[in-house]
Design a protein around this ligand. Structure first.
Ligand SMILES: [Zn+2]
Length: 344
């Protein structure tokens, strides 16, 4: 069944790529959003296409012009990536983002990874990483390489987000804390840098969950509360909604998280700001844990499909699913991390 969908997706991606401005990444993003043929795209129009994450005005206009046959040229799109500044899909043929106008390269031909690796074609590699992410084939290594390339492009904020994804997936990933510390120093965030350097030394002696919780808690403390409390709650609830919608892609039953979101909104309305904040934080934490657990389960299933897996591991993954069903995300994540560590 899965294979069948993959073949159908592959056909749809190839169909969309007959349009000159639709590269593989654009095609994949469109197919992920349910656009499987050109008629469908034409019907959606500029407005419909622009609602899709990663689609910029220039790209959308080119695509529409080409589909309607009014375009005067036929460029062949080779590789594409998400611009680390405006997050729109751009082609690597240009040194300047055709959506936001930022320049990508400072003449850096090679990127030296902190773990000793070298990337000789950074933009090609970035395109490859973004494609893996769009296809759901990402892992901590993909996010790490993506972060290193974006950092070399000077896109520090975006690179930092990539490194945070690495930490979410595997807080023991080699050199990640040194990498984060170095970037924080470049960004002038000395408190972050100090924390990261400390974890670079200490992380081996800590469990994943302790490490992850310590990291996210300290990050929260670092954004000191200021100004109107109510305004801040609105922001926290909107962040909670965003995380919950990300967790929807897991297909898990998210009743307990939705309950926390409702409680947060209600508490805000009745002026119980502290409670509202607590509930919103639960939504964010649990949604994030749900997403991570889902990824680890997928990884576990892949390994199970490929190789002989001992019975305790199989039973362990079943137990993770049970914990998820019961809304015990923290326990589910911790067990899933343990299982993956054992079988990798
Ligand atoms: Zn851009």
């Amino acid at each position: 069944m899965e294979e069948y969908t993959a073949i159908k997706d592959h056909d749809a991606v190839s169909t969309l790529m007959t349009v000159p401005s639709i590269g593989e990444l654009t095609a994949r993003v469109l197919v992920n959003q349910g656009f499987r043929d050109l008629e469908h795209i034409e019907k959606a129009g500029m407005g419909g296409i622009l609602k899709i994450r990663g689609m910029g005005e220039k790209k959308a206009r080119d695509i529409m012009d080409e589909i309607r046959g009014t375009s005067g040229y036929t460029a062949i799109v080779v590789s594409e990536f998400f611009c680390p500044y405006c997050e729109k899909i751009v082609t690597i043929s240009s040194e300047i983002c055709h959506e936001c106008g930022r320049r990508y390269t400072d003449g850096d031909e090679w990127v030296f990874l902190p773990d000793g690796g070298v990337i000789d074609e950074p933009l090609e590699a970035l395109a490859e990483m973004d494609m893996k992410i769009a296809e759901g084939r990402d892992n901590e290594g993909v996010w790490y390489v993506r972060g290193c390339i974006q950092e070399s492009m000077g896109a520090f904020e975006s690179a930092n987000e990539c490194y945070d994804r690495v930490v979410e997936m595997n807080p023991h990933f080699a050199t990640i804390w040194n990498t984060k510390a170095r970037l924080a120093t470049k960004m002038g965030r000395l408190k972050d840098a100090t924390q990261a350097y400390r974890l670079a030394v200490d992380h081996r002696t800590m469990g994943s969950e302790v490490l992850y919780n310590m990291y996210s808690r300290e990050k929260e403390v670092e954004s000191p509360s200021q100004g109107d409390g109510a305004e801040e709650i609105v922001e926290k609830i909107s962040q909670a909604k965003k995380m919950l919608s990300r967790a929807r892609s897991t297909g898990f039953d998210l009743t307990s998280i939705k309950g926390s979101l409702k409680a947060a909104i209600k508490a805000k309305e009745t002026g119980e700001l502290e409670k509202a904040e607590e509930c919103a934080r639960d939504v964010v934490d649990h949604s994030r844990m749900a997403v991570l657990t889902f990824k680890l389960l997928e990884k576990g299933r892949r390994i199970m499909g490929d190789e002989e897996l001992d019975t305790p591991s199989r039973e362990g993954f079943k137990r993770v699913e049970d914990l998820v069903d019961q809304g015990m995300y923290r326990e589910a994540l911790s067990l899933a991390q343990e299982l993956i560590r054992k079988i990798e």
